[in-house]
Unconditional design. Structure first.
Length: 246
């Protein structure tokens, strides 16, 4: 006698991806001025820059001397190396702040987004804080070699801009998607939904990436990114559940 095999319905996200991204941004912009979120953002930014300022004071001179020795730089070359060390320290501080925001501030962001836009969405708690930390560290580990590889394209400015833009877009979606879904998705949804909405997440990352280059605006980009990805992911989760039940 044949045994019936349960078939899991496919997880799909209906709707237009472009409209989904625009809707997520429209929902996110009013929440950017939330005092609670701004305070949380500034706290993590200040902490990250304070830590890396101390690290920079300790490692700046030896790191500069080591790079100058390795590259045999002198004169103008040493000036470029000093600038490179400063840039690397600033990037390290920004990445640290982004990881902290993704892991520790996203639960607050997701709660505010859910209360305002998705109050009926069931919370199934498929994610964990340590899962979010692993996801964030994994995103950084993959992104750093990508960013360093992009530096080889500096002699070709159009290719360099395109490559760094795509790398930043990938990093944005990879960093925030786990924590955006962790409280509301179950384990299966958390594993499968990012693949089903890969295109719209990358598109949102492409929209947000250039904002990091705008002075002063870039200070709020981590917060805007967290809110926008929470809006996009929770909307996709609600649509996927509706489509599956239908």
């Amino acid at each position: 006698m044949a045994t019936a095999v349960a078939v899991t319905p496919p997880l799909r996200v209906p709707g237009n991806a472009v409209l989904a991204v625009l809707r997520a941004l429209g929902r996110a912009l009013p929440l950017v001025v939330s005092p609670r979120l701004i305070v949380a953002l500034l706290r993590w930014l200040a902490a990250a820059f304070a830590v890396w300022l101390v690290v920079g004071v300790l490692v700046y001179a030896p790191a500069t001397a080591a790079l100058a020795h390795i590259l045999g730089a002198a004169g103008g070359g040493q000036v470029a190396i000093k600038a490179l060390v400063v840039v690397l320290l600033v990037i390290a501080a920004l990445l640290t702040a982004l990881v902290a925001i993704a892991v520790f501030t996203m639960p607050l962001i997701v709660r505010l987004v859910a209360q305002r836009h998705f109050p009926a969405l069931e919370m199934r708690h498929g994610g964990t804080w340590h899962g979010g930390l692993r996801n964030a560290l994994g995103a950084v580990v993959v992104f750093l070699p990508m960013w360093l590889a992009c530096l080889f394209l500096l002699p070709l400015p159009p290719l360099y801009v395109a490559a760094t833009w795509c790398a930043s877009a990938w990093f944005n979606q990879r960093l925030f998607r786990y924590d955006a879904l962790a409280e509301h998705a179950d384990r299966e949804e958390l594993a499968r939904l990012p693949g089903a909405m890969r295109g719209r997440m990358f598109a949102l990352g492409l929209v947000l990436a250039p904002l990091a280059l705008v002075p002063f605006v870039n200070l709020l980009v981590p917060l805007l990114a967290g809110i926008a990805f929470a809006c996009l992911c929770l909307a996709a989760l609600a649509q996927a559940r509706t489509a599956r039940s239908a």
